[in-house]
Design a protein around this ligand. Structure first.
Ligand code: 9MR
Length: 512
């Protein structure tokens, strides 16, 4: 380590940290109710977030929210080798020092990420012959363990050393040292950071598949051989619609726990940009998935911590690596998303509040048309057959005319919704009534029947049906139609609801 560079780095680090400590004074009211940290603590678990140096020193709200909501942090890149070793003999610890100082000020645990990975290696090191690379890597590991001594609660000692088929990879990083290099790094870490829990961390190993089978076999072998590995990190970079079944996650956690390992979900995010539909719909799909996964962690004693890979949709590697997405708990303005409330509910052992969000909204027509209109004839809110305001469509000239409501902003591919409407007809005898979805998307225009019934004049009839459509981009519009009676007969709507169709609907309402 070159001492001038190190001194400069330390000075920058401390200055940044002090500015940050000042910023932590006032906690922003991100959401009513317990913070994620408080909710996780009730289950004896840590909840963490990946923190990046630059927003931490530039955006006061970023640091405040992290300090308020999370009990643990992982420096997203700052403890990797290349960011701190720009050239041979030059070491810059300032960035991770800043991140660790903020964590200390907020009383947060730190997951150290990562000692041994074949990515984010300094280019000067990659250019070295194998033996020299190995030696440089060892020296880096020992220096970093000494520099961070006592400040790291958990180390991701080895990151992503497995191929998809479950075999140990043979990349530049360890072809010279082989598996021995991995196990030696665990031993060095135990020796130099005896207070830290030592983890193996990887992606694509959340469910049961050849890679996770291979990982299980390696970890069993290492445990039997006395390699000091305490836990395993399942990264959980998920893509909605393609995530493994949550039952597999639980089975996997159980078998790893059976080896005496702690399991952490270490890099959670859920990509949704590929789902056709609306942002709200995509967020709802994500929230449903996260509720199930966090619930699974809470149900498994071996699963003791979970970390999200970034604070907000403005601070995510996914945007850079794959394209604009919304994979995290907070939106671009740092407002909590549906996923935030779903995760908190799962930590508290409560049903997913996404299932209770009313999208139409429900509650009749006290405040006017509520977004409904007449698809033909004249629509007006007047006193209904049972008193109270209702929407009446009169002067209908075709059976399909009646109340209609655009719900495009609520749909997404793979999001099951449930639509409900209270309808009746005017004078003229019993008549057929129906609820229909009118869809215009990349596949064309179609009418999807949701529910049908028979209405008696002046008596409310409930129409209810599943709105689960295979949408194709671009989704231009989705409308709910109430229709059916012969032309000329009035059609009335008393209220309607549209919710996410969850197996067991939640009770409490939350803001949409
Ligand atoms: O989020 C990190 C991103 O900022 C870096 O550019 C990238 C470099 O490869 O690493 C990202 O974090 C990765 C993590 O360290 C290991 N698992 C996969 C993560 C996402 O790529």
């Amino acid at each position: 380590m070159s001492s001038p560079a190190r001194q400069r780095a330390l000075a920058v680090g401390l200055a940044g940290a002090l500015a940050l400590v000042a910023a932590l004074g006032g906690a922003s009211a991100a959401a009513e109710g317990p913070t994620l940290a408080a909710a996780a603590a009730r289950t004896g678990r840590q909840i963490g977030v990946a923190v990046a140096h630059d927003p931490l020193v530039r955006e006061i709200a970023y640091g405040r929210l992290i300090a308020r909501e999370f009990s643990s942090i992982t420096p997203e890149n700052e403890l990797k080798w290349s960011p701190m070793a720009p050239a041979p003999e030059v070491v810059d610890d300032s960035r991770w020092e800043t991140v660790l100082a903020a964590a200390a000020a907020a009383g947060q645990q730190v997951r150290g990420h990562t000692l041994l990975w074949d990515q984010q290696l300094p280019s000067w090191a990659v250019a070295l012959p194998d033996a020299a690379l190995l030696a440089a890597q060892r020296a880096h590991t020992e220096r970093l363990l000494a520099a961070t001594s006592g400040r790291i609660a958990v180390w991701d000692v080895v990151n992503e050393a497995l191929e998809d088929d479950g075999s140990l990879s043979r990349t530049a990083m360890w072809r010279a040292g082989g598996e021995r290099h991995l196990t030696d790094t665990f031993r060095t870490a135990r020796q130099m950071a005896p207070e830290a829990k030592l983890f193996y961390n990887d992606y694509g190993v959340e469910g049961i598949n050849p890679k996770s089978d291979g990982m299980f076999a390696v970890l069993r072998r290492w445990r039997a051989a006395g390699v000091p590995v305490d836990g395993v990190g399942l990264q959980c970079h998920l893509k909605a619609g393609e995530a493994p079944p949550v039952a597999q996650l639980r089975a996997n956690i159980q078998r790893l726990g059976g080896l005496g390992l702690d399991v952490h979900l270490t890099e959670i995010d859920v990509q949704v940009r590929h789902l056709d539909g609306s942002d709200w719909g995509r967020d709802a799909v994500q929230a449903r998935l996260l509720h199930q996964w966090v619930e699974a962690c809470v149900a498994e004693p071996a699963c003791t911590a979970l970390t999200f890979w970034g604070l907000s949709d403005r601070h995510t590697w996914v945007d850079h690596a794959h394209g604009d997405d919304r994979p995290l708990l907070f939106d671009d303005e740092l407002e909590p998303k549906l996923s935030y409330f779903a995760v908190r509910a799962a930590l508290l052992g409560k049903p997913d509040p996404t299932c209770a969000v009313e999208r139409l909204p429900e509650g009749g027509f006290d405040k006017g048309m509520g977004g409904w209109r007449a698809s033909g004839g004249q629509g007006a809110v007047v006193e209904g057959p049972s008193g109270g305001p209702a929407l009446r469509v009169s002067g209908r000239t075709a059976t399909w005319q009646g109340p209609v409501r655009t719900v495009t902003d609520s749909v997404a591919d793979g999001l099951p919704l449930r639509a409900r409407a209270q309808v009746t007809v005017g004078p003229g005898g019993p008549a057929k009534v129906a609820l229909t979805a009118h869809v215009i998307d990349g596949a064309g225009e179609r009418f999807v029947p949701l529910a049908a019934g028979q209405a008696q004049p002046g008596r409310w009839t409930a129409l209810e049906g599943a709105l689960s459509i295979d949408l194709k981009a671009p989704v231009r519009s989705v409308e709910l139609y109430v229709e059916g009676p012969p032309a000329g007969q009035e059609l009335w709507l008393d209220g309607a609801s549209l919710r996410v169709d969850c197996p067991a609907a939640a009770g409490a309402k939350v803001r949409p």
